[in-house]
Ligand binder design. Structure first.
Ligand SMILES: CC(C)(COP(=O)(O)OP(=O)(O)OC[C@H]1O[C@@H](n2cnc3c(N)ncnc32)[C@H](O)[C@@H]1OP(=O)(O)O)[C@@H](O)C(=O)NCCC(=O)NCCS
Length: 307
């Protein structure tokens, strides 16, 4: 059974900087039994980060849209779990004014951290709280959830300007401020495939590059991400391959696989090239056989090149 004390001890063992910025995505259930439930967990996070900045996402993208365009900073329920939902209502917590991708923050600089989100028309603009995580070299803690829930990676895709991730047109959304007044926040939305479902692909790479480590908090497997290093690694990968997250296939990393099978990188690449050619020949031969026209290997290769 976890307590405030045991959770705080564990956060310390995970090496989380008490004076830094910590953003947490969470599954309460993954923690196992906690004396006092969700409030105990929030007490532990808040107390641990009392000299720093604690941030929880309070997204409302699942409910705020063209048919239901009013986001109430004070009342709109978030769609990312019980911990953020309870956290945003706690004394001293400041919620940002973005209609779909707001955050709630407590502690040093909470006001400054949250004050700009509604000035942007995209979910994770570089000048929003999501980009400020990078400026502040924040830690992102994923409690019992994996990289698919790491909104920051949406941010990196946005900053690298990967095409096709957001609508071109704006939805007219409005934010009702804590004083009851209303502002309009025309917003572009994530669109297309559920890209974040593919973020798991960089799990191993981030660990290998020292951008992420794994540990336990209660019963939960947690991922501790260094926001700056995570952005650096993924930015490089996206520049090389803008389609990195466009499919759900595991990554093919020659260096890593060569190491695993114990051959040099060059030998591995030679073998890969040979393998690729053989597979192409097999496929082409089958197509040729199916088409009832037999070609020799040179003709088959010429045919592949033509295609
Ligand atoms: C969807 C998700 C929240 C589900 O996780 P979960 O552990 O099942 O749900 P929650 O974190 O909301 O915890 C709910 C549980 O907390 C417990 N709980 C403790 N105190 C509670 C309280 N005061 N009120 C409600 N539930 C409480 C209950 O066991 C409840 O489970 P139940 O509803 O089955 O009884 C999680 O998988 C996830 O994706 N989290 C990250 C979300 C995110 O940040 N996304 C960002 C990109 S969009």
């Amino acid at each position: 059974m976890q307590t405030v004390k045991s959770l705080m001890k564990k956060l310390e063992q995970l090496g989380i900087d008490k004076q830094g910025t910590l953003l947490i995505h969470s599954s309460m259930k993954s923690l196992g039994e906690v004396e006092g439930g969700a409030d105990t967990v929030l007490d532990a996070f808040s107390d641990y980060m009392k000299d720093g900045l604690l941030v929880l996402p309070t997204h409302t993208w699942s409910t705020i849209n063209a048919d239901n365009p009013l986001f109430h900073v004070g009342n709109s329920t978030c769609c990312v779990g019980i911990l953020p939902e309870l956290f945003r209502k706690r004394p001293g917590v400041v919620r940002s004014w973005h209609p779909t991708h707001s955050v709630a923050a407590l502690g040093r600089d909470a006001e400054a951290f949250t004050k700009d989100d509604h000035l942007y028309d995209t979910p994770c603009a570089r000048g929003s709280a999501w980009g400020k995580l990078l400026d502040r070299k924040a830690t992102i803690l994923l409690v019992g959830v994996d990289l698919k829930r790491n909104t920051f990676i949406h941010g990196v895709e946005e900053w690298v300007d990967i095409p096709g991730r957001m609508t071109d047109e704006h939805e007219m959304l409005y934010t009702v401020l804590p004083d009851g007044s209303q502002i309009s926040v025309p917003s572009r939305r994530h669109c297309g495939l559920p890209w974040s479902e593919h973020f798991w692909k960089v799990d191993e790479v981030l660990v290998r590059e020292g951008a992420m480590r794994k540990g336990k908090l209660g019963d939960a497997v947690v991922r501790v991400c260094d926001a700056a290093k995570t952005a650096e690694v993924i930015t490089e990968m996206l520049k090389e391959n803008p389609d990195l997250f466009s499919d759900n296939e595991p990554l093919h990393i020659p260096n890593c696989e060569a190491e695993l099978v114990g051959v040099s990188h060059e030998a591995y690449l030679r073998n890969e090239a040979r393998y690729k050619l053989q597979s192409e020949l097999l496929v082409a031969e089958k197509q040729v056989a199916d088409g009832e026209r037999l070609l020799n290997h040179e003709q088959v290769i010429a045919k592949i090149r033509e295609e």
